[in-house]
Write a protein that binds this ligand. Sequence first.
Ligand SMILES: [Zn+2]
Length: 56
Amino acid sequence: MAERYKLYEIDYDAGRIKLKNKVCPKCGRVMAFHKSPVPRWHCGYCGYVEYVREGK
Ligand SMILES: [Zn+2]
């Protein structure tokens, strides 16, 4: 059985860890990423939305 809380994807070739999914700060469930119209993380359980800021 696959790990339920595998939130990171390790890229061994590049030697870094990519964030695969984000956990909702309100209900603790895995959020879904949407790219349009604006990049954001959305929680389908409680409706929490976190907008992604680019150009950091
Ligand atoms: Zn939530």
